[in-house]
Design a protein around this ligand. Structure first.
Ligand code: CA
Length: 216
């Protein structure tokens, strides 16, 4: 999953980006509203973390412009816990908000919920045959056995599992699993898929006509 964080306080931006990367997300950042809007319109992020008070273009104006074109899930960071700010944000299309100073674990949980709901998934657990994926705990079980995946393998598996029954193209996977600074070799996806198949069964992920993958 790929997240855009738009925040002008550099310490907070760095902390958030690092923490999200440790959670296994690909993360892009923007330090002002104009740059944030440009990136938000240029790529299909799985979610955007958006600060309200930003230079060049504030978070509310950014969100209004973005909502004219895109439905990307947006979690707002509001500085003041005033009802006006929360209501305004939700009314112009924010999906959720947290009030600064916020708890990182709560922000992660809210983000996971936004990403799941965007794919029509209400619950944190996804079951495909004998494989259970717990998107809250980020664990995978096959039967009773816990399967250890690398962060990238897990991200790929979760992305496909949230879209099970649909073919996901390689382009989509590159756009959602890697950030703008990643320089990855094109065959790396195949390596991750092949590793997941070794761990969860050769039929678990199918290849469709050479250009996409699918969990049936
Ligand atoms: Ca700010």
């Amino acid at each position: 999953m790929r997240i855009l964080v738009i925040e002008d306080e550099r310490d907070l931006l760095t902390t958030l980006a690092q923490a999200l990367e440790e959670e296994g997300y690909a993360v892009d950042t923007a330090e002002n509203g104009e740059e944030g809007l440009y990136k938000a319109e240029s790529w299909d992020y799985d979610a955007i973390v958006l600060d309200v008070m930003l230079p060049k273009l504030d978070g509310f104006s950014l969100l209004k412009k973005l909502r004219a074109r895109k439905r990307t899930p947006v979690l707002m960071l509001t500085a003041r816990d005033t009802r006006q700010d929360r209501v305004l944000g939700l009314d112009i299309g924010a999906d959720d908000y947290v009030v600064k100073p916020f708890d990182l674990l709560e922000l992660f949980a809210r983000l996971r919920a936004l990403i799941r709901r965007a794919q029509g998934e209400a619950q944190a657990k996804i079951v495909v045959e004998d494989v259970q994926i717990d998107t809250a705990a980020r664990t995978v079980h096959r039967g009773k056995e816990e399967i250890t995946l690398t962060a990238r393998e897990y991200a790929l598996l979760e992305f496909l599992a949230l879209r099970r029954g649909k073919v996901v193209t390689r382009t989509m996977l590159y756009e959602h699993l890697f950030n703008e600074d990643d320089s990855t070799l094109s065959n790396l996806l195949d390596v991750h898929v092949s590793n997941i198949r070794k761990k969860l069964g050769s039929e678990f992920i199918t290849t469709r006509r050479g250009h996409g993958y699918c969990i049936e």
